[in-house]
Design a protein around this ligand. Structure first.
Ligand code: SAH
Length: 386
């Protein structure tokens, strides 16, 4: 079996439960791209087994710990376990994440369900090489009508893999109809962001529905995720996204759901918030769900000032007694950093705010307790007191 020797720091990391070993902690390699390798310490002690990449800075992704190799059926077994867990959640939706990489012990594999179809992403050499085996297991276990590989994320380039979108099984249409709670969506699995929808926010939309009322502003709306979910409880809805394409989709989805009081604008949120403030417009409910401002550690400082600005402006636009649902999906910005920045925004805005709920990504995107990077989506629900 191919093998890799790692240094002391890598060994400590693996034993502390982290599934990634970096290139700088690898000492000797006898393996090729995508191999399942035995991982041993400098003193020859078995650490575990991992998928090996000859291109990425993350050279090893742990599959198992200790001397015993994983069962020959580990892929199939873990796919089945991941799906059984999702079934046990009895989610009120026909679109959700079936496999969330490391958190399902299938590092760098994503599988999302959209009705009768599956969309997969293979984000490392080891998983990419096993896509046929994964496809055949998915067909056996989930019986989908079609499986699409959305292998176009840029991170594949770090693995020396090409960006490619292709059908792996059956047929996959241009549009798939799915349901989330009472909202019907048309999803474009071929070209939509991520695999088509922001599935990780589903439970935060459900939570926000408990507080939504009056005039709603949904900033960074994409296809209208929060806007459409909250619209039934609101008198008027303004959804804002910079992408014309996303805004067209919000209008279509609003019409499909008979939500005539949803207005969608293609605007930069930073400009729109300033405009609304100038016009003295006020809202009873505001959602802020921006893209990851801090894509890496170097960008954190600039990101924090972006988060502060939008939260400050939103808190000013909010009526006393109103609710702000504010999110960050940058894993480089921790929960405590995010709470601090929102607190600073409240202080600067001169408003009193209570923290009603602290939330994360939905339960179909589990967090690993020993892997802080997996807690990436923070969602705070705040109430403006005065
Ligand atoms: N709230 C959405 C997901 C938002 S993803 C949901 O629940 O589904 C982030 C969105 O922000 C993307 O659609 C992107 O087009 C948009 N965006 C990025 N920068 C923006 C900006 N400066 N102003 C407005 N929208 C922006």
């Amino acid at each position: 079996m191919p093998s890799v020797v790692i240094g002391r720091r890598g060994e400590d990391r693996a034993r502390a439960g982290h599934p990634w070993i970096y290139r700088s902690d690898v000492e000797e390699v006898e393996a090729s791209a995508g191999d399942l390798v035995q991982v041993v310490s400098g003193r020859g002690r078995p650490v575990g087994h991992a998928l090996f990449s000859d291109e990425s800075e993350i050279m090893l992704r742990m599959i198992s710990h200790g001397a015993k190799p994983p069962a020959a059926t580990f892929l199939r077994d873990r796919l089945a376990a991941a799906m059984a867990y999702r079934e046990s959640l009895a989610l009120d939706a026909t679109a959700y994440r079936l496999v969330h990489g490391e958190a399902d012990r299938l590092p760098s594999l994503i599988v999302d369900r959209y009705g009768d179809y599956l969309v997969v992403q293979a984000l490392s050499q080891g998983i990419d090489r096993r896509l046929r085996e994964i496809t055949s297991a998915l067909v056996d276990i989930a019986r989908p009508k079609g499986i699409l590989a959305r292998n176009d994320p840029r991170v594949r380039l770090l693995e020396g893999l090409e960006q490619r979108v292709e059908v792996l099984h059956g047929e996959v249409p241009e549009r798939i109809e799915v349901r989330e709670g009472v909202v019907q969506y048309q999803v474009d699995p071929w070209r939509g962001q991520k695999t088509g929808l922001f599935l990780d926010q589903r439970e935060n939309r459900e939570a926000a529905l408990r507080y939504a009322r009056g005039r709603l502003l949904d900033a960074f709306s994409y296809n209208g995720g929060f806007a459409l979910a909250l619209a039934p409880k609101c008198d008027s809805v303004l959804a804002v996204d910079i992408s014309e394409d996303a805004v067209a989709r919000i209008r279509e989805n609003a019409a499909r759901n008979g939500l005539a009081h949803v207005e969608a604008r293609a605007m930069n949120v930073f400009d729109e918030l300033r405009e609304l403030e100038r016009a003295a417009t006020r809202f009873d409910t505001i959602v802020l769900d921006p893209p990851a401002f801090a894509k890496n550690k170097a960008a954190v400082r600039k990101a924090l000032s972006g988060y502060k600005e939008i939260n400050l402006r939103a808190l000013k636009l909010l009526q006393p007694g109103g609710f702000l649902v504010t999110c960050s999906c940058s894993y480089n910005v921790s929960e405590s950093m995010f709470v601090d920045i929102v607190a600073a925004a409240a202080a600067d805005a001169g408003v009193e705010v209570s923290l009603v709920e602290k939330r994360a990504q939905g339960r179909d995107h589990p967090i690993l307790i020993n892997v802080p990077e997996t807690y990436y989506l923070k969602c705070l629900i705040l109430r403006k007191l005065a």
